[in-house]
Design a protein around this ligand. Sequence first.
Ligand code: ZN
Length: 134
Amino acid sequence: MKLEKLDHIGIAVEKLDDSLAIWEGTLGLVLHGTEEVVEQKVRTTFLPLGESEIELLESTDPEGPIAKFIAAKGQGIQHLAFRVTNIEAALEELKTKGVRLIDEKPRYGAGGAKIAFLHPKSTGGVLIELCERK
Ligand code: ZN
C-alpha cells in the first residue's frame, strides 16, 4: 500500500455559509460543489487548493458524527484524507498490521469516491480517511 497524496483536509463547521465567507471570501478559494451525503448525515463542500482540497463538513442531524465532533471539540480540523489506488487492498493490509478500522469495507463518499476511516486510537489521535477516486 502506498499513500499517493494528501487528498483533502476535512474541517467540521457549524454553518457552511459562515465558513465559506472565510474560505472563499477572505482566503480566495473557489467552491467546487456542494453535496449532501445522507448516510453520513453531512452536507459537504470541496474547495480545490493545488494538488489537494479543503472539505467543509456541516452536520444535517444533531446525532451525526460531525455534530458530535463539534459538541466535543468545537469547530476545526476533523480528518486528513489520503488518496490510495486500491482501497480494499489498503484496508486488508492495514488490518493485518493491527490497525483498528472504523470501516472494514469502503463506503460511498462525496463525489463518488470510495472512502474508509481508520480509528484514531490506532493512529495517534488522527482520524485518517482513505480515499480512492477514479
Ligand atoms: Zn473527507
